[in-house]
Design a protein around this ligand. Structure first.
Ligand code: SF4
Ligand code: SF4
Length: 350
């Protein structure tokens, strides 16, 4: 029985930061020694346009995949989903080291966020897993290599269990001597050369929707006045015109009631896709350290949108356009914990 290999794709940091390049190279060098892995390198995932070879390569991978990037796992996973590279979310056990104080704070708020039902990803999700690891978690290659090897073992065990189940349901398959695992590396994947994958793309800026949170309220569609959002034939929200978004502006992420809009390269962790449930631990620290209410997310979003309108030669609209009543009333009421957390971290530039 042939053993299928897990594809590992390392997404480089934009620019040429020497320490980041050194870590990337050491991770790749160590992974290349593992016979069970198929390792490739692409430029920064977020910057890949639809025709970039790196994107086409990612789209050609049909089996389990590990993506190692400088993005939060949630951001990387939904970014891939937006590009049609879909799979089940693979849970990583790689966690950044937390100091004692953070661990204590997280323990105090270890309650899951109460979220309404989300619409989930569009279309059929293939029976494979995509694991995303964040290169900012550790500054040495060993933890990444250990986690990728663990993931490869997990994928192998899952495939073998599926193969056994399939054989049990169809004994004729085994009698014919047919291998039940996937082929070693699909030929479509072999067609890409390392050089073609690494063609430098231009920088991009656009929102990514986390459909495990999005409830399809369409508030982002109403709020954005630049034609970025649209709906699909099933009336589901989507980022239709990615490159019409205004560089550096995260306005609509502040308006989304589910914190489902990610700007993967924004300076504030929750907007960039940090798992706010876990980051919730930080809130207690921040409140203790800085205290008080630091601004209002909606008015910040309106100011950011007005600035972009004026930059485009249009009139500022303030709160008069695209603010649902529920949101417009919000500043007068008490903020919930997550709103405050997003504001606090954003203002701190964490
Ligand atoms: S505002 Fe948020 S929850 Fe509502 S449709 Fe947009 S992304 Fe989804
Ligand atoms: S950041 Fe601004 S331009 Fe970009 S999608 Fe959101 S509201 Fe539209």
């Amino acid at each position: 029985m042939s053993r299928s290999r897990v594809t590992v794709v390392l997404s480089q940091a934009p620019g040429k930061h020497p320490a980041k390049r050194a870590l990337e190279e050491s991770v790749v060098a160590a992974l290349l020694l593992e016979p069970e892995l198929e390792v490739s390198v692409v430029p920064n995932l977020y910057d890949l346009g639809p025709d970039h070879t790196g994107r086409l390569f990612l789209g050609s991978v049909t089996g389990d995949m590990v993506v190692i990037s400088w993005l939060y796992p949630r951001a990387a996973f939904w970014l891939l989903d937006r590009d049609g590279i879909k799979g089940q979310f693979g849970e990583t056990q790689l966690k950044p080291p937390a100091d004692d104080e953070e661990e204590e704070a997280e323990a105090e708020v270890d309650t899951p966020l109460d979220r309404p039902e989300a619409i989930g990803p569009a279309g059929t999700i293939p029976d494979r897993h995509i694991y995303c690891l964040d290169l900012r978690d550790f500054n040495k290659h060993e933890p990444y290599v250990a986690e990728v090897k663990r993931i490869a073992g997990e994928c192998r065990a899952r495939r073998e269990a599926q193969a056994r189940e399939k054989a049990a349901n169809n004994p004729a398959v085994l009698q014919l001597g047919v291998s039940l695992t996937k082929p070693e590396v699909p030929t479509s994947q072999q067609a890409f050369t390392p050089e073609s994958l690494l063609a430098a793309p231009g920088r991009r800026w656009y929102p990514v929707i986390d459909y495990s949170r999005c409830t399809n309220c369409l508030e982002c569609l109403d709020f954005c006045l630049f034609g970025v959002y649209g709906v699909d034939p099933l009336e589901r929200i989507l980022v239709e015109n990615q490159d019409q978004c205004k560089k550096g502006c995260p306005a609509c992420s502040r308006v989304c009631p589910q914190q489902a809009i990610i700007f993967p390269e924004y300076k504030s962790a929750p907007i960039a896709g940090a798992d706010t449930g876990a980051v919730g631990g930080l809130k207690i620290d921040l409140s203790k350290l800085f205290g008080g209410d630091i601004g209002d997310a909606l008015s910040t979003a309106v100011q950011e949108r007005d600035r972009e309108l004026v930059n485009d030669g249009r009139d500022a609209v303030g709160m008069s356009v695209g603010i649902p009543k529920r949101q417009a009333d919000k500043p007068k009421g008490p903020k919930d914990d997550l709103d405050k957390l997003v504001d606090d971290l954003d203002n701190l530039g964490l």
